[in-house]
Structure formats: C-alpha cells, structure tokens
Design a protein around this ligand. Structure first.
Ligand SMILES: Nc1ncnc2c1ncn2[C@@H]1O[C@H](COP(=O)(O)OP(=O)(O)O)[C@@H](O)[C@H]1O
Ligand SMILES: [Mg+2]
Length: 397
C-alpha cells in the first residue's frame, strides 16, 4: 500500500488529531494559519487552538491576486501561473509559521487548505444559463503537501456544490459542532470581505442554517484602496467616522434583490464592487459627496445588510446572543451601528474559546477532521445542508 495512504488510514483512526486550518478570504489581506488540536469528532468534537498567526501578504502578491480576482476577463496564463504560485507561497508561509512556533512538520497530522477564492458564481448570478452553482479557489494543494511533507485536504467547496449547495457558506458545519448550545440562541456572525452568519436556535438543530448576508468589508476596502494609495482598509473606521451617511445613496445601495432573496444564499465581490457603488451613486443622484461620506455610507450599507438579515432570521425572538469574528469586528463604526440598532452588546467568539481572527481557519480544519473521521450522519441534524464529507486529498509523495 502507498505509505501516505497507510498514514492517512492511521490518522483516520486516531482519537485526537493536530490539524492546521488555513483561510484566505475575499479580503486577501493574508493567510490565517491556525494549528488546532482536535479531540473526537462529530458531536463530541473538542478543539483547542494551540498556535495562530495571520501571515500578511506582501503588497506585490496582493496586486498579483487582484489582477485575476472576481474579474470576468483575466489573463489565462496569469491565472495558471498563480494557481501553482499561490500553493507554493502558502506552503512557504506554513513552513515559516511552524518554524517560528518550534513545531516539527512531522508532528502535524493534516493541513486543511481553503485556497484563495478567485471567483464565486452561484446560479442566481447567471440564472438563464446552462450552468449550475460554481466557485473557484486557487493555490493547488499538491504544492502545500509536497513542500510541507504534510497530507493536505483542500478545495472543500466543490463537493458542497456537487451535492446541491452553493459552495458557501460552509461555516454551518463547524458552527453547529463547536458553538451550538442547548440554552442559548446564537448568531455566529463573521464579517470578512463578505458577511455571513449561522443561526443556531437553542435545541432546535433542524432550524440551524448559515447564509451570506451581503458585504462586510469588501466595498469599504475597494473604495479605500482606490482613493487612498498605500491604504488597504479603513483602519478603526477613522475615515467612516469622519464622514456623514447619505440616505439616498444608502437606499440605492440596499435596493438589490439579493437582500430580498430567501436564506441560505451566497454572494461575493463579483456583485458588491466598485461598479455596484457607481451604479448606486448614479441612481441616487447624490452629488458632492466626500470620500469620507462615501465610506461612512458604505459602512452603514454593510451594517444594514447584517441587521436586516439578523432581524429576519430571529423574527420576534430577542433573547439571542451575537458572537462576532472576522476583521470587520475591528471596524468600530460598523459594530456600533449593529449594536445600537439591535440594542445588544455584541460578543466575540473569544468568549467561547475561539480567537475571532482564527475562527474561519478552525472551521476548515474541522471539515478536514470530519472528512477523515467519516461522521456523515452528524450533519443530518441541520436541515438543508448537503450531508457530505468535503476536501480533496494531496499526498506529499
Ligand atoms: N483595525 C481594523 N479596522 C477596520 N477594519 C479592519 C481592521 N482590521 C481588519 N479589518 C478589516 O478586516 C478585513 C480582513 O478580514 P478577514 O476576516 O481576514 O476577511 P477575509 O476572510 O475576507 O480575508 C480587512 O481587509 C479590513 O477590511
Ligand atoms: Mg483574511
């Protein structure tokens, strides 16, 4: 038998596993690397993050990724080159992190690699075509497996699509296993480039679901990058706080059928981008807005998408807690808008033992843990989510 296959077979039988989860979202700010220690799987999963780091991407790398990101027309040679390059670049960052932590590569059971999202194309964005839901993440995991010597699972979203999903959000699986609670109704809100949440009403797993709700940071980031050379985002919402919201523009931004569509749904910067903003500005007739006013309005836009979706999901219930993760939690204006409107203090996933910057990476590590332990039945608990193991296997040899 192939020795890597034999090793994987042994890993599948272990009661506890060390798995590195990787996440690089639509913000492409950096690679989140979370070394997770799993005990058990399925409903008895316990996870502890022993090390975590976000390895920020170099500006030149960001520019390369940006050149193919969420664009309808790209240089195919560049995309081909980047698929291999992102894989080996991620491998280098993992090896660096392990060295900095003083952890031997051989002590790690698995890597769970999300890859870099390049294009997300759910069917509702091309409704009359022959094509179904689709999504593309690059950064081929063979490069990671070979360079690190660690068996790597990757490309988790394709199986979800093959089994009838949109390939996102995948958070419901991990949120269900790590964060669901019998006594407390929970919203696990992640504000990355895009905002998504899992709704976990206490003791009612058949009502659990995850959904994207609209932009998180992406439109703010894109605007800041275009108008403030050298800046990538509105740090601590300094720009947004110094501007005024424009009501007409906000109204036009919110006027899209994505917001009216039923849960679960997914979206991305393919929709929420500079062209979307320009279109809303034109429609609103708003004139003479400063850059700060636009950033303030974009921040209100993200907040409204999140607030409206939470109100819709929770209905008349007011006894729920929101646990936040993702870089958007550092945008003070965004968070205060949500708190004021919902009259609730937002908590952090840190209150539940998971570092909020690491949460998404942990969720992918969990998908790998589930894939090798084979708990297909666990996911029957929640309705409407494909009940499949996810992740493709790359061997080092
Ligand atoms: N101090 C901060 N102030 C405001 N926004 C921040 C701050 N730190 C991070 N962010 C936002 O968070 C984003 C990264 O969030 P992240 O959760 O990594 O998203 P993704 O999963 O899309 O990569 C940044 O692009 C930025 O918009
Ligand atoms: Mg990120």
């Amino acid at each position: 038998m192939n020795s890597d296959l034999q090793k994987l077979y042994q890993i599948g039988q272990k009661p506890a596993r060390k798995i590195i989860g990787l996440m690089s979202g639509t913000s492409f700010d950096g690679l989140d690397i979370a070394l997770c220690e799993f005990n058990g799987s399925g409903l008895t999963t316990k996870v502890n993050i022993s090390n975590f780091i976000t390895k920020g991407y170099e500006p030149a790398f960001k520019e390369e990724v940006k050149s193919v990101f969420a664009k309808k027309n790209v240089d195919l040679e560049k995309l081909t080159l980047l698929n291999a390059y992102v894989g080996s670049y991620h491998a280098r960052l993992i090896n660096e992190a392990l060295q900095e932590w003083g952890v031997e590569n051989q002590s790690i059971d698995l890597i769970a690699s999300h890859g870099q999202t390049i294009f997300h194309a759910p069917k509702h964005t091309h409704p009359n075509s022959i094509y179904n839901n689709a999504t593309l993440q690059i950064g081929d995991a063979d490069h990671i497996a070979v360079s690190t010597g660690i068996i790597t699972l990757s490309d988790f979203r394709q199986k979800h699509i093959a089994a009838g999903g949109e390939g996102a959000p995948l958070a419901v699986y991990g949120d269900l296993l790590i964060f669901s609670n019998d006594k407390e109704n929970r919203i696990m809100l992640n504000i990355g480039g895009i905002s998504n949440f899992s709704y976990l009403p206490a003791g009612r797993p058949e009502h659990f679901f995850s959904t994207d709700v609209g932009p998180g940071n992406t439109m703010i980031d894109q605007f800041v990058q275009a108008h403030y050379p050298g800046l990538y985002y509105d740090k601590d919402s300094r720009l947004g706080l110094s501007g005024e919201v424009n009501k007409q523009l906000l109204h036009c931004l919110l006027n899209h059928n994505f917001f009216a569509a039923e849960f679960s749904k997914t979206t991305g910067p393919e929709l929420f981008n500079k062209a979307y903003l320009q279109n809303a500005i034109d429609q609103s007739g708003a004139r003479g807005l400063s850059n700060e006013d636009i950033i303030a309005t974009l921040t209100h836009f993200s907040a409204h998408g999140i607030i409206n979706a939470i109100e819709k999901a929770t209905g008349n219930i007011n006894n729920f807690e929101i646990y936040l993760s993702g870089g958007g939690m550092y945008n003070k204006l965004l968070v205060s808008l949500i708190e004021n409107r919902l009259k609730k203090q937002i908590k952090s996933t840190a209150d539940l033992g998971i570092h909020p910057d690491a949460k998404e990476a942990v969720l992918f590590a969990l998908l790998a843990n589930e894939a090798v332990s084979g708990n297909l039945n666990t996911m029957n608990l929640a309705s409407g989510i494909p009940n499949v193991s996810m992740g493709k296997i790359s061997f080092p040899h």
